[in-house]
Design a protein around this ligand. Structure first.
Ligand code: SF4
Length: 297
């Protein structure tokens, strides 16, 4: 026979048992729990809208521009660090001025690396760089700031761009141990873009140019020409910011056509769909352009 429990313990146990057996059962709702709806991805939402209401618009535009301006084949133009610095030099200035500043960097801080040929293609607004080695990036990073400002002055906005270039080079060297961005080729596309945009002063546009032109990655660099032409046609919403437009294009354009789309839209913006007085009459996409026909599909 087991020993009896002390009175206090027996009382407590007895007090609990009836409540567990006969007390009111907790109410169990039979209604389905409400599921929290995720906000729709704006880029996916827009792509779906276009597919439904303006089917085939993206390939129509790209085919028409390609027929007018020719097939665009990707080829690397420069090494990634040179492309990045050249792109910083193009910010808020004409490509031809950026070329002058880059040539000045090469002359002031020469390196013994192999010469690079620059084949910029039709999307570029300059004349192309001469064939020459890239600058010595260590000399550029460690140059006295007033000296570097003087060197790149032909490119415009030199007091802003010189420290940006030095900070960019410093970040690459500190994180990678050298001035080398080839590792980006091994990253997923958006991780590579995130790495570049983590550098102060490097936005999605500059990062996308480096990734598209140096590695053939399917990202769209949305400059003022791409943004203007796309909004006029109705490829992207009128109210989309340039930042949003970068992600919209990732949903709209197939990866293998992204590079050509970028080059063709820029060139079309320079040649026909100019900011002032666009030449609608000779435009190859006018039949489906919302600017000339707001109801076009
Ligand atoms: S029709 Fe006019 S506005 Fe539309 S894409 Fe052509 S040039 Fe631009």
């Amino acid at each position: 026979m087991s020993p009896r429990k002390p009175n206090a313990e027996r009382a407590a146990t007895a007090a609990e048992r009836p409540a567990a057996k006969t007390g009111p059962k907790p109410a169990v709702s039979t209604r389905p729990r409400p599921t929290r709806r995720r906000a729709p991805d704006p880029a996916k939402h827009w792509a779906s809208y276009l597919r439904r209401y303006r089917p085939g618009l993206v390939p129509y535009v790209l085919d028409a521009l390609e027929a007018r301006y020719g097939e665009q084949r990707w080829e690397r133009r420069l090494d990634p660090v040179s492309e990045l610095v050249l792109t910083i030099l193009t910010q808020n200035t004409a490509d031809v001025n950026a070329e002058k500043a880059f040539e000045a960097l090469r002359a002031a801080y020469p390196s013994d690396r192999a010469p690079e040929e620059h084949h910029p293609g039709i999307g570029w607004g300059g004349e192309g760089l001469s064939t020459a080695p890239p600058p010595d990036w260590s000399l550029v990073e460690h140059a006295p700031l007033p000296e570097l400002v003087d060197v790149i002055r032909p490119g415009g906005l030199a007091p802003q761009k010189a420290p940006r270039i030095q900070a960019t080079l410093a970040k690459i060297r500190e994180e990678r141990g050298s001035y080398d961005l080839e590792f980006l080729a091994d990253l997923p596309v958006l991780a590579a873009r995130d790495w570049l945009t983590s550098i102060d002063g490097i936005g999605k546009k500059t990062a996308s140019i480096v990734l598209a032109f140096c590695f053939g990655m399917p990202v769209m660099a949305v400059d003022r020409h791409v943004e203007r032409v796309s909004k006029r046609i109705g490829l992207i919403p009128e109210k989309a910011t340039a930042d949003q437009a970068h992600d919209l294009f990732l949903e709209l354009v197939e990866g293998e056509r992204m590079y050509a789309a970028h080059v063709l839209l820029i060139h079309h913006g320079r040649a026909i769909c100019r900011a002032q007085s666009p030449a609608h009459d000779i435009c190859p996409v006018r039949d489906r352009c919302r600017m000339v026909n707001p109801k076009s599909r």
